[in-house]
Design a protein around this ligand. Structure first.
Ligand SMILES: C[S@@+](CC[C@H](N)C(=O)[O-])C[C@H]1O[C@@H](n2cnc3c(N)ncnc32)[C@H](O)[C@@H]1O
Length: 254
């Protein structure tokens, strides 16, 4: 599979080595992290607090140690150990992929680029990200009318798993943020129904309160199992959680 095909641009890049992670374990210790940041001239308290949180976050430290581009990589690893989502040889679509932590995890887990028995990962983000070896990265807004077709063109067959970690920048206005993320989730779900193979899986980020009733009812018609999960790597003070659906039914009446 090509590397960084599509208009993969520069932009957000990570600190680590792409696609080189050897282990999928999520066990690690965060003990011994207690860094404090002095308030530098011109640094706002909010950015001091952000920096302090980053420096003391065991997931940030472990992501760096393992070569993941984001601490978010652990959310997918944890969801995978809860639900057994990532299988060798699977075809995976990663929506809202930048800077690429989930893409790295998926590439390693499915064995993308590892010959005929290896899987495939197609990632898309509205923001540029560095190429991830053995993944196809498309730089485009997923909500563009032709974006779904570009992903389908890149896929070598039906997908086994559609992941969406898409999140629009928070406005701070709770209802607006909720509506935006649900719009992305709904679009991701519609797309998943078009590309998934029977038995396939779907994961999407949602906000507190979970998936809206109507969407949840639709998901339950199309999947054998639908659950909400908040992996430990998802910050306790964050309103995000994930809806996880497995056992895709191409024909909802069957
Ligand atoms: C939380 S980040 C994803 C982190 C990623 N899973 C990782 O492991 O590195 C959310 C991403 O969704 C992307 N996004 C938001 N809206 C999008 C859209 N309409 N189309 C494509 N990507 C979008 C953002 O650009 C952002 O990079």
């Amino acid at each position: 599979m090509s590397t960084g095909s599509g208009k993969s641009g520069s932009g957000r890049s990570g600190s680590g080595r792409p696609g080189t992670t050897k282990t999928r374990t999520t066990q690690f210790s965060g003990r011994g992290l207690h860094n404090r940041v002095k308030t530098a001239k011109g640094r706002k308290t909010s950015s001091k607090m952000w920096l302090e949180r980053q420096l003391n976050d065991p997931y940030v430290a472990e992501a760096k140690a393992r070569g993941y581009r984001s601490r978010a990589a652990f959310k997918l690893l944890e969801l995978d150990s809860m639900f057994g989502l990532l299988k060798k040889g699977a075809r995976v679509v990663d929506l809202g992929a930048a800077p690429g932590g989930w893409t790295q995890v998926a590439v390693d887990a499915v064995g993308a680029g590892k010959g005929p028995k290896g899987g495939q990962v197609v990632a898309i983000d509205i923001q540029g990200m560095d190429p991830v070896q053995s993944a196809t990265v498309i730089l485009q807004d997923f909500m563009d009318p032709d974006a779904p077709d570009r992903i389908k063109d890149a896929l070598t067959g039906p997908a086994d798993l559609v992941l969406s970690d898409m999140a629009a920048p928070a406005t701070g206005h709770r209802q607006t943020d909720h509506l935006r993320i649900m719009g992305l989730c709904e679009a991701a779900f519609d797309f998943a129904c078009e590309v998934l193979a029977p038995g396939g899986g779907f994961v999407a980020k949602v906000l507190k309160g979970g998936t809206e009733n109507e969407l949840l009812a639709q998901m339950k018609r199309r999947f054998a199992m639908v659950k909400h999960a908040k992996p430990p790597a998802s910050r306790a003070d964050s309103a995000e959680s994930y809806v996880v659906a497995t056992g895709f039914r191409p024909d909802p009446k069957a």
